[in-house]
Design a protein around this ligand. Structure first.
Ligand code: CTP
Ligand code: CA
Length: 226
């Protein structure tokens, strides 16, 4: 049984996993978020721990228990907080898996008081882009083995392979969102790409899929640093 979980394949390695959405505050009672449940990232953290890694889980706002075997969990809310926690953890990490759905934009200003309606007039929110955590890690030297996620509603392979190259990643796990898959769903299916190769991980419950993904990461990690 242990062998089927790939126990030991990540023994001695430090792995940081980010998971869940981020919330970007608009005012004291409102935020911009997304539909990530955090389940895929939590499953990856659990699978990596089962494979023998020392796992740090950086979690956005989710309501999930810490998976067994995970060494430490850091709870964050915004993309800025996630960036800080990930960069700190990744400095000593061998592998970073960015499963979090990091908010791409945040309000330029957070209103100090609750926004009031304007007698039917439209409300315009000004947004500014958040820093890209993965890209920032990719520019570091030394840097951990970098695994990104790409959730796409169309042109999965093309968009994912473009992200792999553009962000300078070692691997990307792409999933189609919608039709009972991806965000808020029990099941997922992944297409995994690395420079010069790839593998399909067919539809399965997120925990099973995470086990397969971790095996794939371990294999590519060994191939890269052997
Ligand atoms: N990511 C990140 N920091 C960000 C945005 C994304 O580290 N500010 C990471 C995610 O954790 C994920 C990967 O980048 O591992 C791809 O995220 P995705 O949203 O698919 O890519 P983007 O570059 O944000 O492109 P898009 O415009 O399609 O959202
Ligand atoms: Ca994005």
């Amino acid at each position: 049984l242990a062998a089927s979980f790939g126990a030991g394949t990540l023994a001695g390695l430090r792995v940081v996993v980010s998971a869940g959405p981020t919330y970007e505050d608009i005012d004291p009672v409102r935020f911009i978020g997304n539909r990530s449940s955090g389940r895929m990232g939590f499953a990856v953290a659990e699978a990596a721990a089962l494979a023998g890694a020392e796992v740090t889980l950086v979690a956005g706002p989710v309501s999930l228990p810490t998976p067994p075997g995970v060494a430490r969990r850091i709870d964050v809310r915004s993309a800025a907080q996630m960036r800080e926690a990930v960069l700190a953890g990744a400095a000593q990490a061998d592998i970073y898996v960015g499963a979090a759905a990091v908010g791409d934009y945040r309000p330029l200003e957070v209103a100090p008081h609750k926004l009031k309606k304007q007698d039917g007039a439209p409300l315009a929110l000004q947004l500014t882009e958040n820093p890209d955590i993965l890209k920032e890690l990719a520019a570091r030297s030394p840097r951990p083995f970098l695994v990104g996620f790409a959730a796409e509603t169309r042109e999965l392979a093309a968009y994912a392979q473009d992200k792999l190259a553009r962000k300078g990643l070692d691997m990307i796990a792409a999933n189609r969102v919608g039709a009972g898959l991806g965000f808020e769903a029990e099941d997922n299916a992944l297409a995994v790409y690395w420079p010069g190769g790839g593998e399909e991980l067919p539809r399965a419950p997120k925990r099973d899929l995470a086990t397969r993904l971790v095996a794939c990461i371990a294999e590519r990690y060994r191939a890269t640093y052997a």
